[in-house]
Design a protein around this ligand. Structure first.
Ligand code: SAM
Ligand code: DTB
Ligand code: SF4
Length: 340
């Protein structure tokens, strides 16, 4: 069977029609494509650590780490390399294959803190884990230094569609973000980029974000889909939690547009039922963050996630495998033939 075509030219209307399709049709299509490229029973476990918390100069309206809002998050200096590597070892012991280090920076500066992050990346790689960083904007040279240290992936989200963007962030532009993604790609580091739903955007803004993501060539190797975690003190604090079914639609649409990418069900899982999470997995989500905390907000603990996966008969991805791999998974099954 030939691999279905990977496209980068989906129109807004096509994506909207897909997103709005009756649930049975949308989920069947997403699940069918998912099985062509991925093992539908397996979920990649990633662990996040905030290596530099709070005090960020940016004005991202959702973010508890912005210095512009008065939240419970206190600014802290960059963690010690040893503390970070201890956390990475613990994450590995708990079954995570990817360790993601986040810093509340506007951009990377060429200073000693960056030298230390380079050491952290080398240390995580030496543990035979995938290493991911999210440090704000990056130049091509900085991306190359991270690549030389062995960085697997760089996370930099588009966050929302281009038209809604300036209602959420004014301190950096959409083009700034795309430039950082190009620098990451240029250095040969895989791209992790997605966004947040539930920030008051229209459905068309979600579609707009997906359209920009699918236009990237190649597609981002991983696509995090976050549900807004409203945090007291931020401008979005009073927004209601997103309906779980809206998240399922978003995951399914991302899966169809970017069939080879790892789609990560990211922030907001504490308020999602087990059933909604199960639907997200059926819709093509194949990665989650585990552990009690994301960067500064709560996340379901390891026990809860282990119990959920066990109840679904699903298993953590045993070892690292390159996203976008051409090999078909052994368990693609008969439905692989109906994709498209
Ligand atoms: N400072 C860096 C940057 O913005 O690129 C890296 C860290 S930043 C916290 C990483 C991402 O976390 C953001 O782009 C956003 O998508 C997500 N995020 C932050 N706060 C969130 C919230 N309250 N709810 C959902 N996602 C959130
Ligand atoms: C992503 O898309 N989601 C993660 C990761 N990339 C860095 C971060 C979610 C942060 C949620 C808010 C917090 O815990 O501070
Ligand atoms: Fe800073 Fe990143 Fe938070 Fe924006 S999302 S305020 S850049 S830490």
């Amino acid at each position: 069977m030939s691999t279905p075509e990977i496209r980068h030219d989906w129109t807004h209307d096509e994506i909207r029609a897909l997103h709005d399709a009756p649930f049975p049709d949308l989920l069947f299509r997403a699940q069918s494509l998912h099985r062509v490229h991925h093992d539908p029973r397996s979920v990649q476990l990633c662990t996040l650590l905030s290596i530099k918390t709070g005090g960020c100069p940016e004005d991202c309206a959702y973010c508890p780490q912005s210095a512009r809002y008065s939240t419970e998050v206190e600014a802290e200096p960059l963690l010690d390399t040893e503390a970070v590597l201890r956390a990475a070892r613990a994450a590995k012991d708990n079954g995570s294959t990817r360790f993601c280090m986040g810093a509340a920076w506007r951009k990377v500066r060429d200073n000693r803190d960056f030298d230390r992050v380079i050491d952290m990346v080398k240390g995580v790689r030496a543990l035979d884990m995938e290493a991911c960083c999210t440090l704000g904007m990056l130049t091509a040279e900085q991306a190359q230094r991270l690549a030389d240290a062995g960085l697997t992936a760089y996370n930099h989200n588009l966050d929302t569609g281009p038209e809604f963007y300036d209602q959420i962030i004014t301190s950096r532009t959409y083009d700034d973000r795309l430039e950082t993604l190009a620098n990451v790609r240029g250095a040969g580091v895989t791209v992790c980029s997605g966004g947040i739903i539930g920030m008051g955007e229209a459905i068309d803004d979600r579609i707009g974000m997906l359209q920009v993501l699918q236009a990237l060539e190649p597609h981002p190797e991983s696509v995090p889909i976050n549900a807004l975690v409203p945090v007291a003190g931020t401008p979005l604090a009073e927004l209601p939690r997103i309906d779980g079914l809206a998240l399922v639609r978003m995951v399914a649409t991302a899966r169809v547009l970017m069939p080879r990418s790892v789609v990560r069900l990211s922030a907001g899982r504490t308020h999602l039922s087990r059933e909604a999470q199960a639907l997200c997995f059926l819709a093509g989500a194949n990665s989650i963050f585990t552990g009690e905390e994301l960067l500064t907000t709560p996340n379901p603990g390891e026990d809860e996630d282990r119990a959920l996966l066990a109840a679904l008969g699903m298993t953590p991805l045993a070892s690292t495998s390159a996203a976008g791999d051409d090999e078909l998974p052994a368990s693609s099954g008969p439905l692989a033939a109906v994709a498209g």
